[in-house]
Write a protein that binds this ligand. Structure first.
Ligand SMILES: Cc1ncc(COP(=O)(O)O)c(C=O)c1O
Length: 385
């Protein structure tokens, strides 16, 4: 069996050849340390600042409002811990609001701020489609609230949140608003003025850039206590010698993704909807998870009653198809996805989560091939259970 179909673009994407080419000079030709005063360093520093300006133009912000990091996870950590610790330092407040559907990068960080640093935490519930109600955020805000964090779009089921509306609520109450936009980059408009956010995290490897590079947009005037300590890189927000090649790659990848975003989103939406319709028509006891229309253009996510998502992923892998499951598996025992449970899905459904995320290389033939294989995979797993 020679078929190999990659449908896990939400996990990571291949690096665009044009991105590889743009990064090429910065490995061993222009290799200086951006902090060095000599010509080698200054050449690297100039490339870094060009990448920062290019990125700022794409996000609709000022170059000084961008701090490059070593991942999306690190950008989220810097935002949450940075704001919380700055608030602690100034005595401004002690309360953080988030949702039950955040990526671990946010979830584990707010949990640590709560358990280890004594911040109060409110987890605002989501509806059956995984949508956060801006009025629920409004009701949760207290006089001592310092930060709200709501992801732009879900990595697990693709639901897109009403970010501008939540941002307006936060602004009304003078509370900083962070969004994890890692899954949304290259797939939605991420102009920070349109979104109205104060902090926004991105990760290059989700939009055909290199792994190990991310950024945090920090609205001017917002003080952050750096999550890691060291030198004065990135305006004192993120110490550590700067990854020039990676950052140039990320800026190039974002520019390329933005240039084709609308056409590619329309193409992927057609493929996604074909996939969704095909699965729901042919597989009994299946449902779409997340919002039916307010969802990322490339992401189809399902639950299959009584089937373990992890087993579906393995069975598809044997067929040459890469997919992913929302359910965590520990010591051989599958557990329901906490995100799907937070949306009210019963455990016998939430255990059977499957995410198929499409990308540049996928075609209609790929969708049809998956539709040919998946019904028999589910039927077989159900028969074996
Ligand atoms: C929503 C979301 N946030 C954060 C991350 C973490 O990004 P990184 O892989 O760069 O650490 C991911 C990656 O899966 C993600 O999907």
């Amino acid at each position: 069996m020679n078929r190999r179909i990659y449908m896990d673009y939400s996990a990571t994407t291949p690096v665009d050849p044009q991105v590889v080419e743009a990064m090429q000079p910065y490995w061993s030709d222009v290799f200086g340390n951006t902090s060095s005063a000599h010509a080698w360093g200054q050449e690297a520093a100039a490339a870094l600042e060009r990448a920062r300006e290019q990125t700022a133009r794409l996000l609709g912000c000022r170059p000084s409002e961008i701090a490059f990091t070593a991942s999306g996870t690190e950008a989220d950590n810097l935002a949450l811990r940075g704001i919380a610790w700055a608030a602690r330092r100034s005595g401004r407040g002690n309360h953080i609001i988030t949702t039950p559907i955040e990526h671990h990068a946010v979830e584990a960080t707010v949990e640590q701020l709560h358990h280890l640093f004594g911040f109060d935490l409110t987890i605002v519930p989501v509806d059956g489609h995984g949508v956060v109600d801006p009025d629920a955020i409004r009701r949760a805000i207290r006089p001592d609230t310092v930060l709200v964090s709501v992801m732009t779009a879900s990595n697990e089921m693709g639901t897109v949140q009403p970010i501008p509306e939540i941002a307006a609520v936060c602004r009304e109450h003078g509370v900083f608003f962070h969004t994890d936009a890692v899954q949304a980059a290259g797939r939605m408009d991420l102009n920070v003025e349109h979104l109205g956010v104060d902090l926004l995290a991105l990760s290059a490897h989700k939009f055909y850039g290199p792994k190990g590079v991310g950024l945090l947009y920090v609205r001017r005037g917002i003080a952050l206590v750096p999550a890691i300590t060291g030198g004065g890189h990135e305006g004192g927000r993120r110490p550590g010698t700067v990854n020039v090649a990676g950052i140039v790659g990320m800026a190039t990848a974002l520019a390329l993704a933005e240039a084709t975003r609308e056409d590619e989103a329309a193409r992927l939406t057609r493929l996604r909807d074909r996939l969704i319709a095909g699965v729901l028509e042919t597989i009994p006891d299946s449902c779409l998870t997340g919002h039916p229309t307010r969802r990322l253009p490339h992401l189809a996510s399902f639950a299959f009653r009584g089937v373990e998502g992890a087993s579906v992923v393995i069975a598809l892998d044997l067929e040459g198809i890469a997919a992913s499951s929302g359910a965590a598996c520990s010591e051989g025992e599958a557990r329901p996805s906490p995100v799907l449970e937070a949306m009210g899905l019963p455990p016998e459904w939430a255990i059977g989560a499957l995410r198929l995320s499409l990308g540049r290389q996928n075609t209609e033939a790929d969708v049809d091939a998956v539709l040919e294989v998946l019904p028999s995979v589910i039927a077989r797993l159900r028969a074996e259970a």
